[in-house]
Design a protein around this ligand. Structure first.
Ligand code: V07
Length: 256
């Protein structure tokens, strides 16, 4: 990693020695990922966009194993934004089948790994079969005490904040909350992520340098790491690089 930063090439085998160990200092406790570039990955190969989404699920499996092995406490993956409804109907229909498909294939391993699955987003407006799949996974893993795998599904940050403000308004109106009690902590407790710590590290793939309405409040103090790598190609080397960069930034921060 240091060699790379200094512009020197290093032999490929060293990448394997670069594994992040759970005992290390400054492991990001909550990693949030914007998994961008699935469509572009498919286009490059002359495949339909949905082939990229399918391959993106393999990258999720890889990411979950890496994060779990590293001692990450929460892994949040942005699977579907409220803006994604604007995509072609056939693509949206395909995407809505993916939670079920993913969980059918992965739930046994997630249970074996003691992973707790949860969802952040407006799931009430999703197709019945999508809701059923995510609810089943959340229920079957609700007693697990290991890593939290949090899927942001039909999620939009501004609307999440508006909903919190409305709830707080009603509580003030009814006298349950005093106007003077409104502070950052209270608003945080009304967000859909109330039970989760804020992300320490945001990863976005595929070269776009923006937040796209993702966890605007929660990412206030996170480190951001962007890469041109397309999500289906995201691998251990990329994961290690993101964590190493995070660790170095934390070290500098602590040093001043
Ligand atoms: C989706 C595959 C991965 C690349 C990114 C976009 C497409 C996993 C899920 C999922 C969601 C909830 C859940 C379990 C799995 C998923 C959608 C799209 C809509 F509880 N991948 N994935 N959901 N993609």
């Amino acid at each position: 990693m240091l060699n790379k930063l200094m512009g020197k090439e290093k032999p490929a085998e060293e990448d394997e020695l670069n594994e992040i160990e759970p005992e290390e200092e400054n492991i990001p406790k909550h990693i949030a990922v914007i998994m961008d570039g699935n469509g572009r990955w498919a286009k490059k190969r002359g495949l339909p966009r949905v082939a990229g989404h399918r391959e993106g699920m393999n990258a999720i499996r890889r990411m979950v194993r890496l994060a779990d092995r590293t001692g990450v406490e929460v892994l949040t993956l942005y699977a579907f934004s409220t803006e994604n409804w604007k995509r072609p109907k056939t693509e949206v229909e395909f995407l809505m089948r993916l939670p079920e498909r993913f969980l059918n294939a992965e739930l046994p391993e997630l249970i074996e790994k003691n992973v707790r699955v949860r969802v952040t987003g407006e799931i009430e407006t999703l197709p019945e079969y999508t809701q059923r799949a995510v609810k089943k996974a959340a229920e079957e893993t609700s007693g697990n005490t290991g890593m939290i795998l949090n899927f942001a599904l039909n999620y939009g940050s501004r609307s999440e904040i508006i909903e919190s403000v409305k709830t707080i308004y009603k509580k003030v109106e009814s006298g349950e909350v005093a106007f003077t009690e409104i502070d950052e902590g209270l608003l945080s407790k009304h967000l859909m992520t109330a039970e989760l710590r804020d992300p320490d590290l945001l990863i976005r793939t595929s070269g776009e340098i923006r937040l796209s309405n993702f966890m605007l409040w929660q990412l206030a103090y996170a480190e951001f790491w962007f890469t041109d790598v397309l999500w289906p190609d995201f691998d251990e080397k990329d994961f290690n690089e993101a964590v190493r960069v995070y660790q170095q930034r934390q070290r500098r921060y602590g040093g001043v």
